[in-house]
Write a protein that binds this ligand. Structure first.
Ligand SMILES: Cc1cc2nc3c(=O)[nH]c(=O)nc-3n(C[C@H](O)[C@H](O)[C@H](O)COP(=O)(O)O)c2cc1C
Ligand SMILES: Nc1ncnc2c1ncn2[C@@H]1O[C@H](COP(=O)(O)OP(=O)(O)O)[C@@H](O)[C@H]1O
Length: 306
């Protein structure tokens, strides 16, 4: 799958595509159904199946304080879209300047001139351009003018419940990982590169691999029993997603202690899948008290895994 980061990297040979535009946060079962129809159409027309996403997601630019938690980073979306058979991912750097262009300019300059779109799939509530002035009916008219077809996606359900990123976030926040997995079409996981921390974990017998969360907010918080994928190997472990108040941590990060593992993880990408929640994060009076609690957390997780 080709990744085009930024519209300035579009070239004349990129013209001609079957396109869908959206956030695709989570790449859930509803998204997967849309993508399957995009791919089918693309194969029939011998054109690349193309997905356009915005990074950061628009609400993260307009209202970062209240933007919903992210299910997927751009990298996770890349991995998931590639696995589904998408040919090209266009990542638009979203900022106020991009958002201020008119709906006409979005259609004419980008969709028609730069992308030469032949078939477009969007949700019927898709809005675009300055002040969200562009809508589905405008796209339909533009399609008649510039010879491209536009179709809207339906909403997909499981057990009478509409599949949505919002519903999945709520299930994850409630620790309902099995139900979230039904909507996602896979288990929820957080992946990222292991970075250096404060090297305190090893002093209490609990080295913890620190993963920086490139999300504005995470859908889960607290201490979890987890499954960890490191390369082709799978381990169990305990993890904390939080700001580490005991050591006056600032930003939210993921810390994983991997059972039966020794060696360096720095620089490696690991995938952490929460199995069940153990407790909320707490501020302990001392590092010693934190250590004793982590021992109990690890024991609880180990017992569940045996
Ligand atoms: C299972 C587990 C539970 C944790 N729970 C808490 C917690 O409740 N409160 C807290 O401040 N930090 C908690 N931590 C984070 C520790 O503060 C952190 O791992 C420790 O400071 C080591 O940091 P370092 O890897 O940067 O050296 C937890 C870590 C793990 C692995
Ligand atoms: N069982 C393990 N679980 C997690 N990390 C481990 C484990 N064994 C060794 N490590 C290594 O130790 C590092 C964590 O040790 P720690 O003292 O907490 O340092 P840091 O503060 O840099 O995370 C990990 O990034 C990894 O490279």
């Amino acid at each position: 799958m080709e990744l085009i980061r930024g519209l300035h990297n579009l070239r004349p040979h990129h013209r001609g595509c079957v396109l869908t535009i959206g956030k695709f946060d989570g790449v859930h079962k509803g998204h997967q159904a849309v993508l399957a129809s995009v791919i089918e159409k693309a194969r029939a027309l011998s054109l690349p199946a193309t997905v356009m996403v915005f990074e950061p997601q628009p609400e993260e630019v307009f209202s970062p304080e209240t933007a919903p938690a992210r299910l997927s980073t751009l990298r996770e979306k890349y991995v998931q879209l590639k696995a589904l058979g998408v040919d090209r991912l266009i990542c638009v750097r979203f900022n106020r300047h991009f958002a201020s262009q008119s709906a006409d300019a979005f259609v004419h300059d980008l969709l028609v001139d730069k992308l030469g779109v032949k078939f477009l799939v969007v949700g019927d509530d898709f809005r675009f351009g300055r002040g969200r002035e562009g809508d589905f009916s405008m796209l339909t008219h533009a399609g008649e003018q510039y010879q491209f077809d536009v179709v809207s996606t339906q909403s997909f359900q499981v057990n009478d419940c509409r599949i949505s990123s919002t519903a999945i976030r709520q299930l994850l926040a409630a620790g309902e990982f099995a139900k979230a997995a039904v909507m996602l079409g896979r288990r929820f996981s957080i992946s990222g590169k292991v970075v250096h921390g404060e090297k305190k974990g090893r002093t209490i017998g609990f080295p913890t691999a620190n993963v920086l969360l490139k999300r504005f907010r995470t859908p889960i918080k607290g201490v979890f029993a987890v499954t960890v994928s490191i390369g082709k190997d799978t381990y169990h472990g305990v993890a904390n997603v939080g700001s580490r108040p005991t050591v006056a941590g600032k930003r939210t990060q993921l810390e994983v202690h991997v059972f039966n593992y020794s060696g360096s993880l720095y620089g490696q990408t690991i995938i952490v899948c929460p199995e069940f929640k153990i407790r909320d994060e707490i501020k302990f009076a001392s590092f010693e008290a934190l250590k004793e609690q982590i021992e109990r957390d690890a024991e609880q997780a180990r017992q569940a895994f045996t």
